[in-house]
Write a protein that binds this ligand. Structure first.
Ligand code: ZN
Length: 333
């Protein structure tokens, strides 16, 4: 096995693919947000209604800035969208004019609206060429009695339309109890909502298209938020697709104190959870690698990393040594 220091020495060559591209998050104030992004993740948040941390994003609604640890790379201060468009070599020359992935941490102090997302073809036609949204959720923490909304009880489109028109929300939606560590894949067309008392890592296609079906008749400063019931009815799958816990139970022990678990493989992303107590050298097989530190602290190739750090290993980075006590989510496009 290669020693971490040897890997680090090689990285000092400072070629384009030897930099670790750290990402500065953006924060979003939300009606339902709280302060756990500060209390749990030590981020500087704008206020106590901060609902979302856009941790890896090149989306125009929250494009993230890049920094490197010594601050002297050609990439410092630039936006992820700029690198995607102008430094294709960092991403293995993958096609597409938009960075494909968006990663968020969501702090739901109150219920989020009940919503649904379109697929690529519907969004392409009705949302000005936007991508659709397939997303997945890893429950980081939640209250003891916390639930999510997933799926609905209408058997046909006609029944769905009728239940929506009659505002029979409790009959329509399905709720499911959750606990920390649960993982869900939310396909386009699936009715869903995050409910109060939940901290979630969300990995999704880079899209901001959400159709709000119902918002609990709430208002923000006297204004109710816009609903999109007609588009919702267009895209909701009937009958509702069964929600399977798509976590593949394939825990792979890599070394003493080190294991990897596949969470999902789909058209848009592959997600793995890696737990490390000690040290392990991984080999990058993909065009580029997104790593999220969810717990603990340690090093990557001699550089300190801690909970709340998100970074990209560019194409051709090669081997990387993770050392310490760490829980890491690896996302590959
Ligand atoms: Zn959603």
């Amino acid at each position: 096995m290669i020693k971490p220091t040897a890997v680090y020495q090689r990285k000092k060559l400072q070629q384009y693919n030897s930099w670790i591209l750290f990402i500065k998050p953006n924060f979003k104030q939300m009606l339902w947000g709280g302060n756990r992004l500060k209390s749990d993740f030590s981020y500087e948040i704008p206020n106590d209604h901060t609902g979302e941390c856009w941790a890896v994003s090149a989306h125009p609604n929250g494009d993230c800035q890049i920094y490197t640890i010594w601050g002297n790379s050609p990439y410092d201060g630039r936006l992820l969208s700029d690198l995607w468009q102008n430094q294709k070599e960092l991403f293995g020359g993958l096609p597409g004019d938009q960075f494909p992935i968006l990663l968020k941490i969501i702090d739901a102090k109150a219920d989020l609206s009940i919503q649904v997302h379109p697929n690529d073809s519907y969004a392409g036609i009705h949302e000005d060429g936007s991508l659709g949204k397939t997303e997945c959720w890893l429950i980081l923490d939640c209250d003891e009695d916390a639930q999510i909304v997933v799926g609905h009880n209408a058997r046909t489109k006609e029944e769905l339309v009728q239940m929506i028109e009659e505002k029979r929300w409790e009959d329509l939606i399905c709720k499911k109890s959750i606990q920390p560590g649960d993982f869900f894949q939310i396909e386009p067309g699936m009715v869903h909502a995050i409910k109060a008392g939940t901290l979630i890592l969300e990995i999704q296609q880079s899209s901001d298209i959400t159709y709000r079906l119902y918002d609990y008749d709430r208002n923000e400063n006297g204004i109710t938020r816009e609903l999109h019931q007609s588009k919702s009815m267009d895209v909701i799958t009937c009958p509702s697709r069964e929600l399977s816990d798509c976590r593949e139970l394939s825990r792979q022990h890599l070394a003493k104190g080190v294991f990897k678990e596949k969470l999902v493989r789909c058209l848009y992303y592959d997600v793995d959870r890696i737990v490390i107590k000690g040290s392990y050298v991984f080999s990058q097989q993909e065009p580029f690698t997104i790593l999220c530190i969810l717990k603990g602290e340690g090093m990557i190739d001699g550089i300190s990393i801690k909970k709340g750090d998100f970074f990209i290993l560019p194409s051709g980075y090669g081997e990387y040594a993770l050392t310490g006590t760490l829980e890491v989510i690896k996302v590959v496009s």
